[in-house]
Design a binder for this molecule. Structure first.
Ligand code: NAD
Length: 426
């Protein structure tokens, strides 16, 4: 029942994900006293490609799928952004996610602009063969946009290193030679980076550490609830557990599990790996996704989809810190309520930037054909995350705004500056 409420909530927010992104940009523009015409440029995605393409299914039938690829503002470098496979992917959501990528890359100061892509499909209902056919055809359809100098995709919800490998292979087949730098998040065997798989979760863990320090607390011994147990949620749980935090609740699309004394994360990872879901883990009580968000805990990590903490449930959130591992999990209405309650929210465009930072490292390694050890990757990642946190916290304090607006001020300012310096062509 409560699962349905989350789903319904997400539906209402989904049509307005881009509107939320615009609202956040306008607020930042106000603080920066940004020129109206420059704001107009930043509001619009540079290009949007919609593709409808046929895929041969295992039973011999042919199904038509719809996919998108959106580039936001190209001022700071090649477009970079994940590819999402989910039944509720829309152009509106893809636009919002592309814009958020632009600010994210600027906040952590890596030389990319924002992009996002997606295909409307349920990957869980496709065979491996169908998934490969779909991926290869989608990549062929958007091939006029992607390339190591123009647009570098990465994993997102519903996609994984295997999908990235098919992307790399498809693009390389068209070129006639191997092009590892066209996509990041690949398996190590074909030019992936050490540390990429856990990079977003590692970054989230560093952010939780910094946020708790800011409020005079620490990660060791802190209680943590995590919504989502995919790439980001599971790595976050593992690394938080290793750092001495007590992970008390976890959920996935089917619902959650809760044990106030702490979950045994290595055992849970084993269960989930074996059974494909967390529900087989016995030493916990079942809870709904909605209940998980409202649990008493020090750190709440939404690591699934956007629009889950809204004006309707924000008042009931009991966490002291929210680290936004997902993109857009807290709506602007909820932000105001959480601010009033004194909850420290580490915004998505900072909190989950670990993924794109190590994607950037992977791209650099691929271009140079020279690979780094995991220790070096992790050290550089943690340094970049800590430096960015400090910059955002300082900017927020100077402007008397929350961390989200602090991050927006930095990101929008850098993109506006690059756009202005480059000038308007012709
Ligand atoms: P994933 O597909 O690996 O995992 C998603 C998880 O969310 C799964 O456990 C799934 O069961 C759960 N889920 C799906 N629908 C749900 C619902 N309605 N309610 C509750 N749980 C639900 O995806 P991921 O790569 O871990 O991405 C998770 C979030 O992190 C997304 O918002 C994504 O944009 C963001 N993100 C991912 C990366 C990355 O490197 N993968 C980087 C930055 C941000």
């Amino acid at each position: 029942m409560a699962q349905t409420i989350i789903e319904r909530e997400r539906h209402t927010e989904e049509s307005s994900a881009y509107a939320i992104a615009i609202r956040q940009l306008e607020t930042a523009a106000h603080y920066l006293n940004l020129d109206r015409s420059l704001l107009e440029v930043l509001k619009h995605p540079r290009r949007e490609l919609i593709v409808n393409f046929p895929v041969k299914m295992d039973d011999g039938s042919i199904r038509v799928f719809t996919g998108y690829r959106v580039h936001h503002n190209p001022a700071r470098g090649p477009a970079k952004g994940g590819i999402r496979y989910h039944p509720e992917v829309t152009l509106d959501e893809t636009r919002a996610l592309a814009m958020w990528m632009t600010w994210k890359c600027a906040v952590v100061n890596i030389p990319y602009s924002g992009a996002k892509g997606g295909v409307v499909c349920d990957p869980k209902r496709l065979s491996v063969h169908e998934l490969e056919n779909l991926t290869r055809r989608y990549i062929t359809e958007i091939s006029m946009l992607i390339g190591p100098e123009s647009d570098i995709p990465a994993p997102d919800v519903g996609t994984n290193p295997q999908v990235m490998a098919w992307i790399m292979d498809t693009y390389s087949m068209h070129k006639g030679y191997t092009v590892p730098a066209v996509v990041t998040g690949k398996p190590i065997a074909i030019g992936g980076s050490e540390g990429r798989l856990e990079a977003t979760g590692r970054g989230v863990t560093v952010m939780a550490h910094e946020a708790l320090k800011q409020i005079g607390s620490q990660l060791e011994g802190a209680t943590v609830a995590i919504q989502g147990f995919g790439n980001v949620g599971s790595a976050t749980a593992k690394l938080m557990h290793q750092a001495g935090a007590k992970v008390v609740a976890i959920s996935d699309v089917r619902g959650g599990i809760y044990n106030p004394n702490g979950l045994n994360i290595p055992a849970l990872l084993h269960c989930a790996g074996r059974d494909g879901c967390i529900q087989a883990y016995r030493d916990a009580e079942p809870i709904t996704n909605e209940e998980l968000l409202e649990l008493p805990c020090d750190v709440l990590v939404p690591a699934a989809l956007h629009g889950v903490i809204t004006g309707h449930n924000a008042e009931r959130i009991k966490a002291r810190v929210i680290v936004e591992a997902a993109n857009g999990p807290v709506t602007p209405d909820a932000d105001e309520i959480l601010d009033d309650k004194g909850v420290l929210v580490v915004p998505d465009i900072l909190a989950n930037a670990g993924g794109v930072i190590v994607s950037y490292f992977e791209w650099v390694q691929d271009l140079q054909a020279f690979f780094w050890e995991e220790e070096e990757v992790n050290r550089k990642l943690e340094k970049a995350m800590r430096r960015s946190y400090e910059h955002v916290a300082q900017t927020a304090e100077q402007n008397k705004v929350n961390m989200r607006m602090g991050a927006y001020i930095i990101g929008v300012k850098r993109v506006a500056e690059a756009t202005t310096i480059r000038g308007i062509y012709p």
